[in-house]
Design a binder for this molecule. Structure first.
Ligand SMILES: [Zn+2]
Length: 289
């Protein structure tokens, strides 16, 4: 573990390569959903297990949020990536099977939704392996994509994920195009950077631990449209971080639907999943060698 504060780039990876998007597309839209359910509340404080109203924020996902969002995505014929915690797969197998049956990609999102902490690799080994085990046992899938719970990661964790077969991470905030991580032991996973402007948690949830006003439709759509438009100008990927307990709620669902309608007006957008982006990136890498 390094706690060396020497001035240097924290990320040694070079800037993202200028690989073209497939089929002459100008940019990419990557709808990603983080299926935390109650585990995000347990990850904050294990004692929340007995705080049933707190837990019910997450319980909304299986009861309402996931079915509604699957219906929305089917109506727009959009395939997405759902990063699911192992805990959620075990607690809500029927809701998670419906995601898989609808043809969406399943990604890894930890087991307990523990925020990765540098210097605590042993805990993360257990968290990562238990997440893999749950997704395999409940859904029969071995994910190739990983999104860090609560948006944190560190070098040893990236190496662990790579060694476990994770081909891409979607957690970093430092680019608008995919790139490959560089680790002390060689190439790391591909990074499909996220855009925090598209994190619905920032706009659409309020609770006792973080009481704040919600952002309304016009504010959110204004941010999402502007962010998307300029990402398109720059030929980037608009990576979304949505949560069924946020965007599955009635007014947030409408905001998301309006945003999908907005993006659909353009015919030069590659609507895609993390797996497809990783496949494409690897093909471009091979061709460039
Ligand atoms: Zn999460």
């Amino acid at each position: 573990m390094s706690t060396d504060p020497t001035p240097r780039p924290a990320n040694p990876a070079p800037p993202a390569p200028e690989f073209p998007w497939p089929d002459g597309k100008r940019c990419a839209l990557f709808p990603g959903f983080d299926v935390d359910a109650e585990s995000v509340w347990l990850g904050m404080d294990r004692r929340n297990a007995d705080r049933l109203v707190t837990m019910s924020y997450g319980g909304y996902e299986a009861r309402v949020g996931i079915p509604k969002l699957l219906e929305l995505l089917a109506r727009y014929e959009v395939k997405a990536t759902f990063f699911i915690t192992g805990w959620t797969a075990e607690a809500h197998p029927v809701a998670c099977e419906a995601i898989l049956k609808a043809g969406h990609e399943i990604g890894h999102h930890g087991y307990w939704h523990l925020r990765p902490e540098p210097g605590n690799l042993a805990t993360m080994v257990e968290e990562v392996d238990r997440g893999f085990d749950a997704l395999k046992r409940v859904l029969g899938v071995k994910p190739i994509g990983y999104r860090a719970p609560s948006g944190e990661s560190f070098t040893e964790l990236l190496a662990l994920l790579r060694d476990r077969g994770i081909r891409y991470s979607s957690s970093w905030r430092d680019d608008i195009r995919p790139y490959r991580h560089v680790l002390p032991t060689g190439p790391g996973p591909i990074e499909i950077p996220v855009n925090y402007s598209f994190d619905d948690w920032n706009f659409g949830i309020t609770h006792r631990m973080s009481p704040r006003a919600l952002f309304g439709r016009e504010e959110v759509l204004s941010i999402w449209r502007d962010e998307f438009d300029q990402t398109r100008e720059w030929s980037g990927v608009a990576t979304m971080i949505m949560h069924p307990q946020v965007s599955g709620r009635p007014m947030r669902y409408r905001i998301l639907e309006e945003f999908l309608q907005y993006v659909r007006r353009y015919d030069d957008v590659w609507w895609t999943t993390g797996r497809e982006i990783a496949d494409h990136f690897e093909a471009c890498e091979s061709a460039a060698r």
